[in-house]
Design a protein around this ligand. Structure first.
Ligand code: NDP
Length: 329
């Protein structure tokens, strides 16, 4: 039955594609909407939080409507003065082929200035995860040259950039990742000083302790790091992915060490820092042009494979930034 349904879905898509080539899609007359052809969609761990009714900084998804998330698209038609047909944009869109976005704001649907860079990069290094890494490291962690930095989920969208920002600042950087393949990537592609797969050996990697921990994982990882933090260390609390699928959060046994070691632990949300984007994009464009930053994406083809790719984030299936290719043009 599943194969039959897949065949029918495919036929429907083909018929739709043929029709769309012959008719001109338009936004409703007099509306402020933007009609977007979705090209690349981003799988992001925070989307898991939108699948529960738990209290959060962002509302749950609405059952029956498409999943909404970050993506890159091309404007097909627009009734909105901020966008015109042919513009490329990144921001919040739907997990669908085309999205009709009602009155989008320039902060949630950003016009792409540099279309000569790979458009998929605007789901990662040049988009939301990139700003997260940039702000989280430079502003929240208050780094200084020569400091000891530890990054968890280090080969992912955010982690790979944090490690490289730290190296550019002259820090000693170690990352943790879930497989040997990812550890090799950290050392050989992203230039981390060292990398490990298990939190147990942390003391060996940091005999003098950790000045900055960029927290992406939480739970037992945070416990292990607290035991290795230096006096007056800083923790940029970006995410705690190990907790997102749990009914109840794990406790942190070593939390008292925050006091005894005078650690500053600060949580942050990228949504409060989007104003840095104009500066950020110029810095990143330069880094890419000078090949100062490497970037690894894990791309999955066609929309139908998006749910499995999103779920895969929580078992570490992705190697690098998880992107869905809906269409290349
Ligand atoms: P990644 O690309 O790093 O993908 C998630 C990775 O997390 C997996 O590949 C896996 O890596 C690791 N992971 C998954 N489940 C577990 C687990 N149970 N225990 C330990 N590790 C696990 O995602 P992002 O870079 O997009 O996000 C990284 C973190 O940053 C997340 O916690 C996310 O919520 C947070 N974030 C926060 C933002 C903010 O504004 N504060 C904005 C964007 C992201 P591995 O195989 O190496 O273990």
């Amino acid at each position: 039955a599943e194969a039959k349904k897949g065949e029918m879905d495919l036929k429907r898509t083909e018929i739709m594609a043929k029709m769309l080539n012959t008719i001109k899609l338009k936004v409703p007359e007099g509306s402020n909407s933007v009609l977007l052809k979705n090209l690349y969609l981003s799988c992001d761990p925070y989307m898991r939080g939108r699948m529960t009714n738990a209290e959060s900084y962002i509302a749950p998804f609405t059952p029956g409507l498409p999943v909404m998330g970050y993506g890159v698209g091309k404007v097909i038609d627009s009734g909105n003065p901020n966008y015109k047909e042919g513009d490329y944009v990144w921001g919040i869109t739907g997990w669908e082929q085309y999205s009709l976005l009602e009155n989008p704001e320039p902060s949630t649907l950003v016009k792409i200035k540099y279309t000569d860079l790979p458009l998929s990069y605007y789901t990662g290094i040049l988009g939301m995860p990139g700003i997260t890494a940039y702000v989280g490291f430079h502003e929240i962690a208050s780094p200084k040259k020569g400091e000891f930095v530890f990054v968890s989920a280090a080969s992912g969208a955010v982690g790979q950039l944090v490690g490289q920002f730290a190296k550019l600042m002259g820090c000693y950087v170690v990352g943790c990742a879930g497989s040997k393949e990812k550890v090799d990537l950290l050392k050989n592609k992203f230039g981390f000083d060292d990398a490990l797969t298990t939190k147990k050996s942390m003391t060996w990697y940091f005999p003098e302790g950790i000045d900055i921990y960029f927290e992406n994982v939480g739970g037992k990882m945070l416990d292990a790091v607290l035991a290795n933090m230096r006096l007056r260390g800083r923790i940029a609390a970006c995410g705690m992915i190990s907790q997102y699928n749990l009914e109840e959060s794990e406790g942190v046994r070593n939390n008292f060490l925050v006091i005894t070691k005078r650690i500053r632990m600060e949580g942050f949300l990228v949504f409060d820092h989007l104003h840095v984007y104009p500066k950020f994009i110029e810095v990143m464009k330069q880094y890419i042009a000078e090949e100062k930053i490497a970037y690894v994406e894990d791309t999955v083809q066609v929309l139908e494979n998006a749910p499995a790719a999103l779920i895969g984030l929580f078992t570490g299936r992705n190697v690098g930034k998880q992107v869905i290719v809906v269409s290349r043009e």
